[in-house]
Write a protein that binds this ligand. Structure first.
Ligand code: PMP
Length: 380
């Protein structure tokens, strides 16, 4: 099967395809200037260093963040922010019911290792709205040491009220650390960065870049302790990580071929414009939700929002069987728990094996959504 025949609706796992310029930039990197950034002053190393610098600047602009540290994946970036936050016994961490295991597992580790408490924020099961008044009361009784929430649920596509929750957290405790897992929407939706200590982004998802590059966009002056140690190409006579600068989070050689791809992706994003991307995903979500809701056997677990992600089940057919049946028709979707078990516990979809997630991206069309709908009717 050639990719031309494939209808790819699994953009929440990774966006595909990438803009053509991303492929070209990555190919060109290794052919023409594959040096190691920050490791010496030879021309190739210098060129790689300036590519890293320019990419950082583009990201700061796109994410409205004063400083950006790179990391190989959103998972490792989340580990840095959570484990580097110096949380202690009895500290209360609030999460949404929609968090990914890359948030839940580091928190579970801290619960066992140091005795933090993890509390889940209340969300309405019909509307996906957060009960903000209840949260305000809860924060007053037990102020948050940390709020760690997704920008967009990777299962249901619901957009979380990040601005409102970050305000409530900072009002309840000015020193509360606010972390936002932006793996699914960083750059697409722009929260108020002044109240976000770190927004975690992933290069290969909403930024349309390659695997192997992600990071932390810092909105405030809060910085975690580094949790990885090694060479940075600076202050090499000291056994301590540099006390200042983003290098302290970037131990080891950078994945510069991935940076080259992300650089091209960011130029492409700047060219498209955020509103253009948002409006495309908005129409796509509406098309998907409306089509799915018109199938009597379908239950749709998604509010009409602009993330491009929609979850559903079909009565009497397991999510896995639907994924397989659609796969046989060259339509790529993802069934299961999507590494977010609490989402399914919350929605009551755990026992049936989760949901089927359909996720569109910039390169998905409403025609493809219509094709999915026809194929699903055939499956039913
Ligand atoms: N958070 C969310 C919301 C995600 O959807 C994902 C990827 N599924 C991650 C974190 C982790 O990203 P990665 O696997 O690229 O580290």
């Amino acid at each position: 099967m050639s990719n031309a025949e494939l209808i790819y609706l699994d953009n929440a796992a990774t966006t595909f395809p990438k803009p053509e310029s991303v492929y070209q930039a990555m190919d060109q990197f290794y052919r023409s200037y594959g040096g190691n950034a920050g490791r010496g002053g030879n021309p190739l190393a210098r060129k790689a260093a300036s590519l890293v610098h320019e990419t950082r600047e583009l990201l700061k602009l796109w994410l409205s963040a004063p400083e950006v540290a790179f990391s190989p994946s959103a998972t490792l970036a989340l580990n840095t922010a959570i484990l580097g936050a110096d949380l202690g016994m009895g500290d209360v961490v609030y999460v949404s019911p929609f968090e990914h295991n890359s948030v839940l597992r580091p928190l579970a580790h801290l619960r066992k290792a140091v005795g933090i408490e993890v509390r889940v924020l209340p969300f309405d099961k019909q509307t996906f709205a957060c009960a903000l008044d209840d949260v305000r009361k809860q924060f007053r009784i037990d102020p948050p040491a940390m709020l760690c929430i997704s920008q967009v649920s990777n299962v249901f596509g619901a957009v979380l009220p990040v601005d409102e929750l970050s305000l409530l957290a900072k009002q309840a405790n000015a020193r509360a650390i606010v972390l936002v897992d932006g793996a699914q929407a960083a750059g697409l939706l722009l929260p108020t960065m002044e109240r976000i200590d770190a927004l975690i982004f992933s290069g290969h998802k909403s930024l349309y870049g390659p695997f192997g590059i992600a990071g932390l966009a810092f909105g405030t002056r809060w910085r975690p302790q580094p949790i990885f140690f090694g060479g940075t190409g600076t202050q090499s006579d000291s056994l301590d990580m540099p006390a200042q600068g983003m290098g302290r989070y970037e131990a080891g050689s950078q994945n510069i071929v991935a940076v080259a791809g992300l650089h091209a992706a960011l130029l492409w994003l700047h060219e498209q414009g955020r509103e253009h991307l948002q409006s495309h995903l908005n129409s796509l979500t509406h098309a998907l939700v409306s089509a799915l809701q018109s199938i009597p056997q379908a239950t749709v677990y998604t509010p009409q929002q602009q993330s491009g992600i929609v979850s559903f089940t079909l009565e009497g057919i397991s999510p896995q069987a639907i994924e397989t049946a659609l796969g046989a028709k060259n339509i790529a979707v993802r069934a299961g728990l999507h590494c977010a078990p609490w989402s399914h516990e919350w929605a009551g979809t755990l026992e049936q094996g989760g949901t089927v997630r359909v996720s569109g991206g910039w390169f998905s069309s409403e025609k493809e959504a219509a094709h999915l709908f026809d194929s699903l009717k055939a499956v039913v």
